[in-house]
Ligand binder design. Sequence first.
Ligand SMILES: [Zn+2]
Length: 328
Amino acid sequence: MSRRISNNRTPLPALSLPPGALPPQDQGYEYDVELDPPAVEPIEHKIRLDFMAGGRIRRKDLLSEYNPWTYDPDAPDADPWASSGQRKPLGLTYAEVSCRQAIDEESEYFKKYEKEATVEDAPAFLAHRIRKAQEQPNPAHAIADERERRVSWYRKLIPGMTLYHVLKRSTFGSLILNGPSKTVDDYLRRNSFIGMVVVDDDVDPSRYAADLDLPEQFVIAESALSNSATDVAPQIEEFGIELPAPLLVGQYASGSRYPFLPWGDGLVCSCPYKHDKPWRVLCKHELLAAIVAGHDKSIFLPKTDGLEVPHRARRFVSPDIAASHSSR
Ligand SMILES: [Zn+2]
């Protein structure tokens, strides 16, 4: 059952929240690893909080040459910032600490994999994999394999194959100014977060706007958004969100417009980079969003233009993880 959030003071349609977008503690929360899009893992929320705490990133601290596909965490020159003598962005340093901590924190799930109470506490995807391993002829062996996969995610796929790539001049650098940008406000001169009503393609946006007495420029057909331009990026309804939906749409310096989808107690960017591989925990748009939210010291993204969408459409990070995580 989805839940509907409406604001009586505005004529906006209600935001339908699918069970997978509720906090895991909520009675209505439901998530099926096999059927639903990937959950927002605890480490994703932590990485966002780390970049929120780390502050603005200077263009000169971004990598110019870097190939994520050849990354080897055990190579002596594994850290491209150390080998180029550039200053490493603080948020990234924090995020790498969070990844190392996650390896330790998860060791309990593997040690006590036979106890259902322990497995229930694990992040959704890990719990699913542990249950699968329990069914194998040699569970101990399958559990050891799973542990290895998980450690490789935290040591290789997240830092070297995702975060370092996002922190390139050709990636995050495409969103920020070439010249000196001294404050986070400079980020918002080229990028904006717009409150919009997204309608289905069989609805005429201008007629819909006129019917609800909304400014026409803030009602948009999903086909006019960039997530519709490629098969890799999801359509909004794949996340169980019904249209019309009041959502926050990121409009970026690189020319694209991607809606943020309420999911896993936070938001997910709907760009193809993020969804092409399930292990990618951050895209350049989410990085920008994290730094902007961090500047405001808020887990909600600011609406820089457009309609007053429900708070849930702007809540970027899980409040529970924000309350318990400290970046170091
Ligand atoms: Zn994105």
